[in-house]
Design a protein around this ligand. Sequence first.
Ligand SMILES: [Zn+2]
Length: 668
Amino acid sequence: MDMDIKKLMMMMGLALAAVSCAEKKGGDPENTGFNYLIDQFADVRVMRFTVPGWDDLTLQQKEYAYHLSEAAKYGRDIMWDQNCRDNLAIRHTVEAILIGYEGDRECEDFLRFTEYAKRLFFSNGIHHHYAEDKFFPECGREYFASLMQSVGKEDARLLDVIYNPSVYPQRRSTETSGDIVKLSAVNFYDGVTRAEVERYYAGILKPKDPHPVSYGLNTKVVKEKGKVVELPWKVGGIYGPALEKINEELAKAAEVAENDIQKRALGLLQEYYRTGDLRIWDEFNIEWVRDTLGKVDFINGFVEDYNDPLGRKGSWEGYVHIKDSVASARTEILSANAQWFEDHSPVDPRFRKETVRGITAKVVNAVTLAGDSYPSTPIGINLPNADWIRKEHGSKSVTIANITHAYDFAARECPKNILDEFAYSDEEKALYREFGGIADEIHTDLHECLGHGSGQLLPGVSTTAMGEYASALEEARADLFGLYYSADPKMVELGIMPSPEAYKAEYSNYIRNGLFVQFNRVELGRPNTEAHMQNRKLIAEWCMEKGAADNVIEKIVRDGKTYFVVNDFEKLRALFGELLGEIQRIKSEGDYEAGKALIETYAVQIDPELHKEVLSRYAALGLKPYGGFVNPDIVPVVKDGKTVDYELVYTDDYLGQMLYYGKKYATL
Ligand SMILES: [Zn+2]
């Protein structure tokens, strides 16, 4: 799958597994017997992830990651309080009941209460993590009251917050009439109107500052004696106790940092938490961007502002990740051989680049998720947010491989999954389970590292010649480059593709998806409009038509269900090469009419019968739309009073981790 679409889906808050990845990845031979899916409730699935590469870290790097992880987890309560001022009190009540209730814990009502607790933990509060509406316990209000009473936590007001639909109905209000500051449950403002807040910031902002400070990022706006003021989130201010613990761990991390840049960055971050000075936050970010050589990296701070109805306040977020050395090694090999791929590509030599450079993808594996990123997490990160820092000092953009893997592996653990539903034969499924995952990753590597960068325009051809068809055609070009080379013996020779058969798993999957499965994401009656989806449909439909005489791809209906089966992989590869040659020609010559014809003929119209069928078969799988993760525990191994190692322990106990965090990282 394209990195671009992964990011898009992350932004949409959708679980990859449910919307598209289940058909993509293959088995995980190194983790046989390890279950990724550990819990399901409401509209959510909870998974765990493994951390490839952890054992290759030095003891010092592990210690560094350990303290950064502790610093991340100590911010947990901040996020809860930011989401709604009553969240922590409600969580403490629910925790007390889960731990201390001595009545019937098997009855229907208690199970319903437990489900509410799970949802509460998942959302870091009483509002749905994505939809932002308040959700309600399925057990009755009187029953909930009796549970509270049984653990000595009676509180009529809190009970009303939990059950009354008109109290805090939305975390961030989407009302179009009314005051979104007043109507939002988020704890960023108190006793102020939207107009007052806007007036306040209008008085502070300097319109032409080339290095604008992110005013308001780390404060709460309140009224004191009739005057609008900001109260900072800093040591000695709001969230002081949490930030002190975070600083303690950051200081320990700094002692074992990998390099001086990291050390300086961590020093600045602590100073920022001590002072609340946003100029120091900017200095920290500049230093953080400069650290490109470290193996361990992190996010720690008030970062994303999308929870604030006015888009100013940063939600607390923590992340610790390590470089994915396997993926990086792979893309380094591809980059080093970029010229060979360019010279052998099945396009007119006039359209090839004389000298080409590959890109080394930045792939990481998550170690610890926290705050805004826990349990529901992004699969790509692109920071810092300040535009002027990005322009003058750069930014870091990474994709998080082990989270994507976990989604895919977990999807296949569901008794009903996309692969079993849409793949035709046992043979096809088995091949996919063995090689699908790695073959898909390699296809993505080829697409990203070499595909987009290959080829050249003829002199005088404009880069914008393809107009509105440019992105679908460009994605098709990169995908075809990847598909064509996935089957090349060179890939096995370079030690990248594990077997000469592996590419077949990717080919079958690509065709199945492009002709059929992907349309589960399009509303019935609507055309196919998204660029990546158009590119896949174009490639698959074109090959189906051009290979019809040789039956390269066959449509088979069995028991009323449609399947698309690849009969001839060699010929399919040749067709991929032919289409790559044609799309490269179109781009190199700027042949707008030919590009338009390709898209309009093959990429847009969805067969209404097939569309109806895929939607109903997909719905019958009953997949949960949202996903999130527990963290592995990082456990110090102590021998003779000395820490000699840090081991990862992969818990499969979702509630257990929540209760443990509630105790260990309680700061507010
Ligand atoms: Zn792309």
